[in-house]
Design a protein around this ligand. Structure first.
Ligand SMILES: NC(=O)c1ccc[n+]([C@@H]2O[C@H](COP(=O)([O-])OP(=O)(O)OC[C@H]3O[C@@H](n4cnc5c(N)ncnc54)[C@H](O)[C@@H]3O)[C@@H](O)[C@H]2O)c1
Ligand SMILES: O=C(O)CC[C@@H](O)C(=O)O
Length: 437
């Protein structure tokens, strides 16, 4: 496979080009930083822009998503893309000639074709829990708003209608919260709900330790039958598609409430609208939709518009200053570490590998970073190439069909860097090879 990922400033052949800025460990770089181009979409945090610029990269920043044609044009020439909801399908990624890494500045990674990206040697990072607390706090607010019908009361007041009622308005103390998906967000939510006096019952496909007084249910159905409020916190997978449909809504207690701040595919929206309009459910809060607009503005359509006691928010579960700042730092740092030193720790579609840093006194060691097809015999070929060198350390791991390899190799003459690079790149199963020094 042809490797076009090595920036044009590679290879160099002068020993004085070894980077020795750090006094204790070498900062590895195979290229002039200015060659590295980063495309940032959808207004990712200014913190991320700072980190990527400080790394010396060229950063192109967009506040909004790009249309598909523009995205395809731009992705041809960049080494990293940062996004939140933009879809990077196989079709889009097939145009990426230089792309090394994708940063999802969010938790969900369902917008990227992860396995196709891996097959092209593109390492994808996300921020697995930086916005979990923000989502959990929003859901807590929604539980209280629904129980008190605050959405409807506020709308009526804005329309000039005074409507003081207490009928079917409740405290949440002593009520049962059912959590579907007891992961980062589900567990945070459970802790907050218990602090407000709620009972918590949850369902997860994994055997997770219950936190506080919460209790694991044996099935989804058990949660639906018991809970006054049901809140979904599962990822988008084939198994979670329409996980809450007409059957599941019918199993929920009369006058209970449904909350979905996970993914729009998890709840059948038409069935939910029917359950609200019939009065079976007393209310719902929805933050995510099967299809979502790419830009702010009018024109949002949904069968849920005008349903009674229904809170609709524009996918803002993780939209707080705190969360966006933390996500910006975490994902931008992962991108820099991957580009500059090959570390794939926290990758979602790659084996996670890292090697300890090279001491600043060691001016002869280079780092070989290689992505290859995970088939027998490739490591033997790589190690045959490295056989005449002193390999200080190496690591290899695989995920599915793709394997990742890193080795720190002492070279006698910087000219050998190009030789190693060319030989490893020539291996038939090679996907991407980089030499960092
Ligand atoms: N609204 C927002 O702005 C917003 C913000 C962050 C995350 N999210 C969404 O919330 C989802 C959950 O986030 P998280 O950080 O808690 O993820 P997580 O991976 O920590 O937890 C998800 C949990 O769901 C469980 N699960 C998976 N499939 C299941 C199934 N079929 N039935 C029951 N449980 C199942 C998993 O075992 C896991 O424990 C994310 O995948 C993302 O799509 C939305
Ligand atoms: O804020 C966003 O764009 C995405 C938030 C959320 O859905 C996530 O997956 O982290």
């Amino acid at each position: 496979m042809v490797d076009t990922a090595q920036p044009e400033s590679f290879p160099i052949s002068r020993r004085d080009s070894f980077n020795t800025r750090d006094t204790r460990t070498r900062n590895l770089k195979p290229f002039h930083s200015g060659d590295i181009k980063i495309l940032l979409l959808e207004n990712v945090s200014a913190k991320a822009v700072d980190i990527l610029k400080k790394a010396g990269y060229q950063v192109e920043f967009h506040t909004k998503a790009l249309d598909n044609a523009t995205l395809i044009e731009k992705i041809k020439d960049v080494h990293a893309v940062g996004l939140s909801k933009t879809k990077l399908t196989e079709e889009v990624l097939s145009h990426a000639n230089k792309l090394l890494t994708i940063g999802c500045f969010c938790i969900g990674t369902n917008q990227v074709d992860l396995s196709y990206a891996a097959s092209r040697g593109i390492c994808v990072f996300n921020s697995p829990f930086s916005n979990s607390r923000s989502v959990a706090e929003l859901v807590i607010a929604e539980i209280i708003l629904l129980a008190r019908q605050l959405g409807d009361r506020s709308r009526e007041m804005h329309e000039g209608v005074w409507n003081k009622v207490s009928k079917a308005c409740y405290e949440i103390r002593g009520k049962t919260l059912g959590i579907i998906g007891y992961g980062h967000i589900g567990t945070q939510l459970g802790v907050l709900a218990e602090a407000l006096g709620m009972h918590v019952v949850w369902y997860d496909i994994l055997p997770v330790m219950p936190i506080g007084m919460s209790r694991a249910a044996n099935s989804l159905e058990e949660v639906l039958a018991e809970a006054d409020f049901v809140s979904c916190h599962v990822p988008e997978t084939p198994e979670t598609k329409d996980m809450i449909g007409a059957r599941e809504l019918a199993l929920m207690k009369p006058n209970s409430y449904l909350i979905n701040a996970s993914r729009g595919t998890v709840v059948d929206i038409d069935a939910l609208a029917a359950a609200l309009n019939s009065g079976h459910l007393a209310g719902a809060a929805v933050d995510v939709y099967p299809t979502e607009p790419l830009a702010n503005g009018p024109g949002f359509e949904s069968p849920l518009r005008n349903c009674p006691n229904t809170l609709l928010t524009p996918h803002i579960g993780g939209s707080t200053e705190e969360a966006q700042r933390m996500i910006g730092v975490e994902v931008a740092t992962s991108i820099v570490k991957y580009i500059d030193s090959g570390a794939s720790v926290n990758a979602v579609n790659f084996a996670e590998c890292d090697l300890r840093a090279i001491p600043s006194t060691d001016l002869t060691t280079v780092r070989i970073v290689n992505v290859h097809q995970n088939v027998p015999g490739v490591l033997r070929q790589i190690n045959n190439i490295l056989a005449d060198y002193n390999v200080n350390k190496q690591i290899s791991d695989s995920k599915g069909d793709v394997a990742y390899f890193m080795a720190d190799v002492a070279v006698n003459d910087p000219k050998e860097i190009s030789t190693i690079y060319e030989q490893v790149t020539a291996i038939q199963e090679n996907i991407i090879t980089r030499v960092l020094f």
